[in-house]
Design a protein around this ligand. Structure first.
Ligand SMILES: [Zn+2]
Ligand SMILES: [Zn+2]
Length: 150
């Protein structure tokens, strides 16, 4: 059962896809819902396991194709260091991937700092490098876990 927060994300995704002329198929929608319902990032196989429950087994490429679509549309992000995926909080505008990852509780927080983007952009151009994707993943301890550890 999808929570109200998840339903709100799905509604927004539906509107975005319609405006862009792409199709949020039932399977793509299901993958997005699973990621939104999860309190932590999920790997492709965990998504596959969840989708298996109650219905016939799916082939892994089905999930990978759905994830590719959701990534392309900016509806989810890939966390490279965790080999996992999370739903995006603000898919309306294109942005790079910036995350704070707590290695104690696994909490993942998306941040959006344009200064980081700008300085990465200028550092790259100094080297004559043309970036395709920018991924910033900061591993450490979240505020809650820091407090507990004190
Ligand atoms: Zn995002
Ligand atoms: Zn934590």
């Amino acid at each position: 059962m999808d929570s109200p927060a998840t339903l709100a994300v799905l509604d927004r995704a539906e509107i975005l896809c319609r405006a862009r002329g792409v199709r949020l198929t039932a399977q793509r929608r299901r993958v997005l819902a699973i990621l939104c319902d999860s309190p932590r990032p999920l790997g492709a196989y965990e998504i596959l396991d969840t989708m298996r429950e109650g219905s016939r087994p799916l082939a892994p490429p089905t999930v990978y194709r759905a994830l590719d679509f959701l990534l392309e549309q900016g509806l989810v992000h890939k966390l490279v260091s965790l080999h996992a995926f999370v739903g995006c909080n603000h898919p309306e505008h294109p942005h790079s991937s910036q995350f704070l990852i707590c290695n104690a509780c696994g909490e993942v927080t998306e941040i959006e700092d344009e200064a980081i983007d700008r300085s990465l952009g200028s550092a790259a151009s100094v080297s004559g490098f043309r970036p395709q994707r920018r991924v910033v993943e900061v591993i450490g301890t979240c505020a809650g876990c820091s407090q507990k550890g004190r």
